[in-house]
Ligand binder design. Structure first.
Ligand SMILES: Cc1ncc(C[n+]2csc(CCOP(=O)(O)OP(=O)(O)O)c2C)c(N)n1
Ligand SMILES: [Mg+2]
Length: 319
């Protein structure tokens, strides 16, 4: 399934914005200008951007705590994300959600604090799509550690039984908080679990290849839209970043991280686009400049926006 080069170029731009925005987020956190601490997606941007970048605006996504790539890929605006992280009135949830982003306009129905508790939400949205008879799809994106949560299993069963337009997309970044994943996960791969439930599945061994991610997602999206039912896809990658700001990463060797830095998805995508003749060094420079100015605008928007009045605290608690 060939993905148009123009689409790959668009998503390459999103990967760059993600990288710059996350690095800036971390710097702002240390300067006490952005109080929400970070879970960076450094090194695994291709999986996140590719998972959401081919969805339509009215498709749904449940993302992760390491979510900048999939949120920007789905069409969320950086300035809205920063304003929410900063707890400002101009944020998506008027500053009350913080890390837990919600952007209904772009199909993001919320990020849960208890990992995996949104597997059933995704299945519920799948039932809603089926009942309304639209061709929308819902993607639930999660880490391999989250795949060990109990709700994963009944949800796999139900979405298969009812042939729902749900895609479970797993980013296997080889770490679950402070553990290499094989200390907490009994199998090498999450993908083959699809077979146990009669669900189409795939493990993309090179989840740092944006094109491979997009090809796998295209297949799954087409299956879901055409009534072919759910898919489980796993993308193998590596979490170059610490689990969160301040994690000393004593559970892995520095040499291993260095090896993975050589597989940087952004540099690889750049090489692919240049070889394909749709990107030049000059264009690349411009892409970085545009991303920098979008980020500067987002920071200015954040810092100009007011904090909510304390009286707002109990408003909007119930819908
Ligand atoms: C139910 C639950 N248990 C534990 C946590 C704490 N926690 C936050 S992130 C994380 C790691 C999850 O690993 P994975 O799903 O592989 O995602 P990754 O952090 O690698 O992106 C954990 C255990 C939580 N938020 N919810
Ligand atoms: Mg993980």
């Amino acid at each position: 399934m060939k993905i148009p080069l123009t689409k790959i170029l668009d998503l390459y731009k999103v990967m760059i914005l993600t990288r710059l925005a996350e690095e800036k987020h971390e710097a702002l956190f240390h300067q006490k200008r952005l109080p929400v601490y970070t879970h960076l997606s450094l090194g695994q941007e291709a999986a996140g951007v590719g998972v959401s970048g081919l969805l339509k605006k009215d498709d749904y996504l449940f993302g992760t705590h390491r979510g900048m790539p999939e949120y920007l890929g789905k069409g969320m605006k950086l300035k809205n994300i920063f304003a929410e992280y900063g707890g400002r009135t101009t944020g998506l949830s008027k500053g009350k959600g913080g890390l837990h982003l919600c952007d209904a306009e772009n199909g993001l129905l919320g990020l849960v604090g208890s990992l995996g508790s949104d597997f059933p939400f995704a299945v519920g949205v799948g039932i809603s799509i089926r009942n309304r008879g639209t061709d929308q799809v819902v993607v639930k994106y999660f880490g391999e550690g989250t795949a060990e949560q109990a709700d994963f299993h009944p949800c796999m069963n139900m979405m298969s039984l009812w042939k729902l337009p749900v895609i479970f997309a797993c980013v296997n970044n080889r770490f679950t908080e402070y553990h290499p994943y094989r200390e907490t996960t009994s199998t090498e791969h999450i993908g083959p679990r699809g077979a146990g439930y009669g669900i189409a599945w795939k493990t993309v061994e090179d989840g740092n290849d944006l094109v491979a991610v997009c090809e796998a997602m295209t297949e799954a999206i087409e299956r879901a839209r055409s009534g072919g039912g759910p898919t489980l896809i796993e993308f193998m990658t590596y979490r170059i970043a610490p689990h969160h700001t301040g994690d000393p990463c004593v559970y892995r060797k520095k040499e291993e991280v260095e090896i993975w830095k050589q597989k940087d998805p952004i540099q690889r995508c750049k090489a692919y686009l240049m070889k394909s003749g749709v990107l030049s060094e000059e264009m690349d420079k411009k892409i970085y400049q545009e991303a920098e100015s979008e980020m500067e605008e987002a920071i200015q928007h954040l810092e100009k926006s007011p904090y909510p009045d304390p009286d707002e605290a109990l408003k909007g608690v119930y819908a």
